[in-house]
Write a protein of this length. Structure first.
Length: 184
């Protein structure tokens, strides 16, 4: 024998859990969907580009960016909903501002401006091979620099100079960096 709870009826079929979820963001946030907002959102795909650009100026108070139609539609849809239902919470805005400040501070620090050189990325014991003037030269990476023909060198550039007799960019000479502006 089946018994039902007092607030349930046995006549009506129950919908699966996924069917009972709200379908619009406004409903999920606890707002009743505004028919005016829904009408404006559904009109966006049928509007001309000049009309979309005009709406952008009206809603944002600035010239629209020169992006494609889909970008404008998505940004306008967000702005329409933001004005109707509210934007980001104060805590969220503060957190985003803090993250932006953190990123800007990292970008301005001298350490972040330095790019890691290919020499810094080599593991101790790595052997670099380079043929020059028909002779194959082998350089070994050490903790404190490099070794070529049993002699220590502070940088790959000093090794390249010892091999060629002219000034070279060491990582470029050993093929660790590609030329971007021409050069040797």
């Amino acid at each position: 024998m089946l018994t039902s709870l007092p607030d349930q009826t046995t006549d009506a079929p129950t919908a699966p859990p996924f069917a009972r979820r709200p379908t619009t963001p406004a409903v999920q946030l606890g707002h009743a969907p505004d028919p005016g907002v829904l009408a404006r959102l559904s009109a966006l795909p049928t509007m001309s580009m000049p009309d979309l650009q005009s709406m952008w100026r009206e809603l944002n108070g600035s010239e629209p960016p020169r992006y494609n139609r889909k970008f404008l539609e998505s940004r306008l849809a967000y702005r329409i909903q933001e004005l109707a239902y509210g934007g980001l919470k104060t805590e969220t805005r503060k957190r985003l501002d803090a993250l932006v400040s953190e990123i800007e501070a990292e970008r301005q620090s001298p350490a972040s401006r330095r790019s890691s050189s290919p020499e810094q990325n080599l593991l101790v014991g790595t052997r670099l091979l380079r043929e020059w003037a028909g002779i194959e030269h082998t350089v070994t990476v050490l903790d404190s620099g490099f070794e070529w023909e049993g002699r220590p060198y502070a940088s790959l550039s000093s090794v390249a100079r010892a091999i060629t007799g002219t000034r070279w960019n060491g990582p470029l000479f050993f093929g660790l960096r590609s030329t971007s502006k021409g050069g040797r």
